[in-house]
Design a protein. Structure first.
Length: 183
């Protein structure tokens, strides 16, 4: 009887030792759940800072407020092939290396003008590595797309109107004026 308990405990301990290296006990957690990509907090923060730099906050909410960076992650996770996903992550890593070599800080810790200057410098470079170039282009395009398709933009700034519009039964037409289509 004691042998069974000992074997059971040994099995549980060995399973725990096997699974322990795969567990992450750090306090910082990634806030988005992805199916295929495995990202860390630093990568998430850098992409958020890039999208915030591309569409900053002013009288309208910025990209980070509307969570356009989450749209980028979801699109890369769901719509990119495995090769494109790997290229995106490699480009993100190359971007982080470029920034730390240039400024000795993480991109998310730079001030707004430094972030903008670094992005402008990278967008105007012609000798970028392929992964870094594709990462920057995909991030820019998907951030703009996610921002423009956000709920706030689609409901508050560009409210959807059904076509052909409202029907008014009796309306006199003045031949000297143009017809207002948006009425």
């Amino acid at each position: 009887m004691k042998r069974r308990v000992a074997l059971k405990n040994l099995g549980l301990i060995s399973s725990g030792i096997f699974l322990l290296p795969q567990c992450n006990f750090s306090d910082e957690k990634v806030l988005i759940i992805l199916n295929k990509l495995d990202i860390n907090v630093e990568q998430e923060n850098v992409l958020k800072a890039i999208s915030e730099t591309l569409i900053p906050e002013d009288e309208l909410p910025g990209a980070s407020t509307l969570k356009a960076h989450n749209f980028v992650w979801i699109m890369v996770d769901d719509c990119f092939s495995k090769k494109e996903q790997l290229s995106f992550i490699n480009g993100l890593d190359q971007f982080q290396k470029f920034v730390t070599n240039k400024s000795d800080k993480s991109f998310s810790k730079l001030i707004a003008q430094e972030k903008l200057d670094l992005l402008n410098e990278l967008y105007h470079k012609t000798d970028l590595e392929n992964d870094l170039h594709s990462f920057l282009q995909a991030t820019k395009n998907l951030t703009i797309q996610g921002y423009m398709l956000s709920e706030y933009i689609m409901t508050e700034l560009m409210p959807f109107q059904l076509v052909p519009g409202s029907y008014e039964l009796c309306k006199s037409i003045d031949k000297t004026k143009k017809i207002n289509v948006n009425a």
